[in-house]
Design a protein around this ligand. Structure first.
Ligand SMILES: Cc1cc2nc3c(=O)[nH]c(=O)nc-3n(C[C@H](O)[C@H](O)[C@H](O)COP(=O)(O)O)c2cc1C
Length: 241
């Protein structure tokens, strides 16, 4: 498959669009397809600790745009996608992987397959069990610090580490969504400028849920891209060793 030229065009065409043409016709099927593609994004341990809330109703859009601090990207968007991190879902999502893999592996899993099953049944609980004060995470961190003195060891085990891990995966899902929209000739803008607590209330989300990003979707107005693309020089960002 050689689509590098097309991919290059998509990447270059995607911009954060702040003003959408509210009169342009908008095929919401494109959002559907892009959400399907977004669900194929990689996630840490394939745990898929996210949910996407697709806001289409005019009343909810109006409210959510206000909670996005009335940014033009939100107030003129045709739809708003809320990318939510649900680290509380780790147990059911680990079970999903365990059950599906067990079915695939059959009655007699190979040693490598048994290792994969143990990963979901034992290592995941060890890493993801947490209390609200982060004490479990601190204990794990301590263990990793001690063992890490003698050999390379995985260190992303505190409550904060786990939150970061879940947000990383969620951001990849959001980026896949935005690139797919761009491939279809539609525009987006990722936003972290919002009132998280009001957004959570609007979506009826529990306290532990975290909003990673809200992505506006629409068709760009001519003046919807605010300026040229500014990027640092490659040598300031990319290092070859
Ligand atoms: C995590 C994240 C949060 C962002 N939040 C906002 C935002 O709240 N409002 C906004 O207008 N743009 C937001 N942006 C868009 C950036 O400003 C934009 O990506 C950057 O200026 C580069 O421009 P480009 O996306 O057109 O290449 C956000 C981007 C990211 C990745």
């Amino acid at each position: 498959m050689k689509v590098a030229k097309t991919f290059d065009e998509i990447v270059k065409w995607r911009r954060s669009v702040r003003l959408y043409d509210t009169d342009a016709s908008f095929d919401s099927n494109v959002v559907d397809i892009s959400l399907d593609r977004a669900l194929l994004a990689p996630t840490s341990s394939n745990l898929q600790l996210f949910e996407i809330y697709r806001i289409k109703s005019p009343q909810k859009l109006e409210k959510l745009a206000r909670y996005c601090l009335s940014q033009p990207a939100a107030t003129t968007a045709k739809e708003l996608m809320v990318f939510v991190v649900r680290r509380d879902k780790w147990s059911e999502r680990a079970k999903f992987n365990y059950d599906e893999l067990s079915k695939l592996f059959g009655e007699k899993p190979t040693p490598a397959q048994r290792k994969t099953l143990l990963y979901y049944s034992q290592l995941m609980p060890f890493i993801y069990i947490n209390d609200s004060l982060g004490i479990c995470g601190m204990l794990r961190k301590l263990i990793s610090l001690v063992f890490g003195m003698f050999r390379p060891i995985y260190r992303g085990v505190s409550l904060t580490d786990i939150r970061i891990i879940a947000h990383k995966s969620c951001a990849l899902v959001a980026q896949t969504f935005m690139l797919s929209m761009a491939a279809e000739g539609y525009d987006t803008c990722p936003m972290e400028g919002f009132d998280e607590s009001r957004v959570k209330k609007l979506l009826n989300l529990p306290g532990i849920a975290e909003i990673s990003l809200i992505v506006a979707a629409g068709i760009r107005k001519q003046d919807g891209v605010y300026g040229p693309r500014l990027r640092l020089a490659k040598q300031q960002l990319v290092f070859e060793l």
